[in-house]
Write a protein that binds this ligand. Structure first.
Ligand SMILES: Nc1nc2c(c(=O)[nH]1)N[C@H]1C(S)=C(S)[C@@H](COP(=O)(O)O)O[C@H]1N2
Ligand SMILES: [Mo]
Length: 329
């Protein structure tokens, strides 16, 4: 199915000049960040290459106001930090594996298959999706279940806007998301030791997916996503543990019953379907009361208190009214 841009104007022509200027100054700042990182002994493997491959995006920058839920004035990680310390098991289980190995992934052409309880199922080429969506920037905290977190400036569009394109029916109560399964390009999927039954899947309840915070990201730091961060399109759900923010998405399925997710299937006692950030419910093997805000070092451990719903309670607590969050973890 072909979707036409309403205006026909390439998005690159409608970015205000000021955004480009700001971005250029920002990118110049990155060189300094790379040197600082080298000092911390963090890897720089493959980063120059992945940065070169990234395209500038046209987007409206985030409004830097204290009451904007899509913004935080907490210090963002640098691009190098956010693209060299990753979880993306399709490329290996070490934090440095994705930056080393994700360059093998082909992200163009890319389509998203839409199935289930929708009026408009089909295979949607990513470029057609992008013509329909207005790109914006959001600076979100992402809290990993492993008790570290980062602040990252994402570029993308609201998941609710995307969902409305497919016209879900009243039977659509959940959405299941699926990552690409392509063993030739994803060395983690070829590993004999992998615990994940590929492809990686995730899910959201429909009202969670429609919450204005839920975001589909196609970029970060003003440019298209590096492969290790989930190119060309990934989910960002900032009030939930990072594993819900599924990368390199190829399928959305609208279902009437709750989908089984990868982590829940591997260890149901450790990872629940909801996976809301909750400092009062420990992981069976460690506390979730504190987190390490990256970058951190021995001298500056950056240990901070974890907030309920990762600090997004004003926006999302209502979704879980009356639910026992110890039971529905
Ligand atoms: N397909 C897929 N998506 C994934 C993962 C993964 O292994 N495979 N890891 C998740 C985890 S545990 C985290 S913390 C975030 C990390 O996102 P980042 O590397 O962009 O910071 O991606 C999530 N999305
Ligand atoms: Mo994570």
């Amino acid at each position: 199915m072909l979707i036409r841009s309403p205006s026909g104007i390439p998005s690159s022509e409608i970015t205000p000049e000021s955004v480009y200027l700001e971005r250029r100054q920002f990118m110049q700042g990155l060189g300094v960040g790379a040197i600082a990182m080298a000092g911390l002994g963090l890897p720089s493997v493959g980063l120059a290459a992945s940065d070169d491959a990234r395209q500038a995006l046209a987007f409206s920058p985030v409004a830097k106001k204290a009451d904007n839920p899509f913004y935080t004035d907490e210090k963002a990680a640098s691009f190098v930090e956010a693209s060299s310390y990753n979880n993306f098991y399709e490329f290996g289980t070490n934090k440095t594996d994705p930056a080393k190995h994700a360059h093998t992934l082909t992200t163009d052409p890319w389509s998203v298959q839409v199935e289930g309880h929708v009026a408009k199922p089909g295979s949607y080429p990513l470029e057609d999706i992008l013509k329909l969506m207005t790109l914006e920037e959001r600076i979100y905290r992402l809290r990993c279940v492993e008790a570290w977190s980062m602040v990252i400036p994402w570029v993308g569009f609201s998941l609710a806007d995307l969902i409305s394109v497919f016209e879900p029916t009243s039977d659509a109560k959940y959405i299941e998301f699926t990552t690409l399964h392509r063993r030739e390009e994803m060395r983690g999927q070829r590993s004999a030791f992998s615990t994940i039954d590929w492809p990686y899947t995730e899910g959201l309840r429909m009202d969670e997916a429609m919450n204005p915070l839920a975001f589909m990201s196609v970029g970060m730091y003003g440019k298209t996503l590096p492969n290790q961060n989930g190119a060309p399109i990934r989910l960002v759900v900032p009030w939930k543990y990072g594993f819900k923010s599924i990368k390199s998405i190829v399928k959305l399925r609208f279902t009437s019953s709750r989908p089984k997710t990868s982590w829940e299937s591997i260890a149901p006692s450790e990872y629940g379907f909801y996976a809301n950030v909750n400092p009062t419910v420990s992981h069976p093997r460690w506390s979730q009361a504190y987190e390490r805000r990256l970058p951190s070092s021995l001298l500056r451990p950056s240990r901070i208190k974890t907030e309920m719903f990762n600090g997004y309670g004003d926006q999302v607590a209502g979704l879980y009214k009356g639910m026992n969050l110890r039971r529905y973890y």
